[in-house]
Design a protein around this ligand. Structure first.
Ligand SMILES: Cc1ncc(COP(=O)(O)OP(=O)(O)O)c(N)n1
Ligand SMILES: Cc1nc(C(=O)O)sc1CCOP(=O)(O)O
Ligand SMILES: [Mg+2]
Length: 228
């Protein structure tokens, strides 16, 4: 068995956005999410020139590693390798898990989009995915046309034995339903990053509190009121 990867901690998965977070606000916004308890961060930028993406991803590696949190790069495992990120998130059209693993190494975190499909999830698991992402669960301003999923898919996917991520229109109001259905991470763009750093930090704390209240495996020592 390999070493346990850091995604074994349930919690908020913060995903960046080029519209909500222009270059000068990117790092402060992510630092606010980290102060609020985000356990994983994804750099998702589908439009900026390569040199900008390289600079921004490098800055995020430093911010995340200062907080002891892994940084995932969306789509681009070559960029992940260049900046020393901790892994990559792959959609169904973004290349093979095995190729990403070969480039990034055994310890890399590779996540895969499974939409609402247990078959896609089984295939992703066989190919070595470290977490399985399901969605979109609610109305999403960031990706309105993503295929729909119902929370029950999370409950069914629990038997696959991989951490489950829920994405798409997730907010502090609807997140508890997804955690109770089986989500180990809530992947959030608009429901987290549409605001000032203070608001982002407060929302991240609220998401973190949802895990403390509703996730069965939330670390005992992190539960409010628990003795250290
Ligand atoms: C955690 C997480 N889940 C799903 C996605 C979506 O990936 P994909 O289907 O490749 O779509 P794009 O994000 O590339 O538009 C994700 N990025 N992260
Ligand atoms: C990037 C992405 N992927 C989705 C999927 O369902 O695969 S939904 C989505 C957008 C997530 O942003 P927001 O939290 O603002 O809805
Ligand atoms: Mg993709």
């Amino acid at each position: 068995m390999g070493t346990l990867k850091p995604i074994s901690r349930p919690g908020l998965y913060a995903i960046t956005d080029t519209i909500l977070m222009p270059a000068d606000r990117l790092v402060p916004a992510v630092e606010a999410a980290l102060r609020g308890g985000a356990v994983l961060v994804q750099y998702r930028d589908k439009t900026s020139p390569h040199t900008d993406r390289l600079r921004q991803a490098s800055a995020l590696v430093s911010a995340c590693h200062n907080a002891g949190v892994p940084l995932i790069i969306n789509d681009d495992y070559e960029l992940a390798r260049r900046v020393g990120a901790d892994g990559v998130h792959l959609g169904q059209e973004d290349g093979a898990v095995t190729e990403a693993r070969a480039l990034l190494g055994e310890q890399a975190i590779v996540g895969v989009t499974c939409h609402a499909s247990l078959d896609l999830a089984r295939t992703a698991r066989s190919n070595g995915a470290d977490y399985l992402a399901f969605g979109r669960f609610y109305t999403s301003g960031t990706k309105p046309d993503a295929p729909k999923a119902a929370p029950e898919v999370l409950t069914r996917a629990r038997s696959l034995g991989r951490p489950l991520t829920a994405i798409g229109g997730v907010t502090t109001d609807n997140g508890a339903e997804l955690i109770r259905a089986g989500a180990d991470m809530l992947a959030v763009v608009g429901g987290l990053f549409s605001g000032t750093p203070d608001q982002i930090e407060q929302r991240a704390r609220t998401f973190t509190q949802l895990f403390a209240t509703h996730h069965p495996l939330y670390p005992i020592s992190s539960k409010p009121g628990a003795q250290p």
